[in-house]
Write a protein that binds this ligand. Sequence first.
Ligand code: ZN
Length: 340
Amino acid sequence: MEKIKLNDEIIEQIKDFEWGNLTIKQSAIIEKLILNEELNRRYKDYGLCRECKQPKAGHYYNNYWCQSCNSKHFQEDFKNWTSGNHEVDKFIQSLQIKSNDCSEVLEWIEYDKLEKVEYLAKGGFGITYKAIWKDGYILDWNLENNQWERSKKSSKTYENYPVVLKCLHNSQDITAEFLREIESHIKIESIFVIRCHAYEVCTGLSPYHDIAHEVSLAINICRGLRPKSNYKIPQVILNIIKQCWDADPLKRPKANKLHNLLYNLYYSSNHEINNQIEQADEINEKLTTTSSLYTGIILSYTINSQAIYTSRLLDFKNLPEPKNDDEEEEYSESLMICYA
Ligand SMILES: [Zn+2]
């Protein structure tokens, strides 16, 4: 499909405008010249690409990325690498040409690009290591030297930035179907996991720590059971967390939407947010002095011996249709007591 473009005449008239700092007269020219709604929006959000001179398409928090140029640079590079597995190559390539931002790029990394590989832990599906990625990840195309600009060169912060390596059992036999499954799993299920992590960061408690992780817990999660705590989480953060925990995976925000929500929250100058955080701090300070879970400021609690935090496949059959946690009274009395 031919992509919509601005013609050379229009480009010529607007190319010297200082995007992001347009004068009233320049804004009026833009409105008059860029009539196509999408190109108009893209110009306002990202400006013109230095390379192709067209309005960029990317993410608003990363307005240097030009999807159409970078997609070409990835394609030019396809002949220079291979994982050795055709399906894996196709999978990585298809994601590379679709990337709207450096955070969406997937790359094949040869082992010699890593150093200081250290064992971290063993999980249900493989072994996890940490390592230093010598060059770091792709940031953007560098027009001056016609190469990918990588994180390691751009900032001292990333000089010894560790990455996590997961060595999967039987990874030689990867199939296209398995990769498609991973892709949808990464996009949808990880958001549910992020909420579990958010809960843990906010409360200090591992989710469902006091009950066995077996079929009855799976059934209750499907029925709407979510981890609870008396620990006060500011409402603005709770609202985000709740979206990630929607029973319908398609209603959970995608990773980039979640990033935007948190980014906006972090940089917001809204006083309401600060008020909520202050109130939560006050309530939690009282909680740490009165709750039996705390010894001073240290949180101590017992994990049920059958609460397992190592990844494993739980293949329970006939689980109920998942729903949200707004009908909590349906759970058995004993489960509610666990969270009281
Ligand atoms: Zn471009």
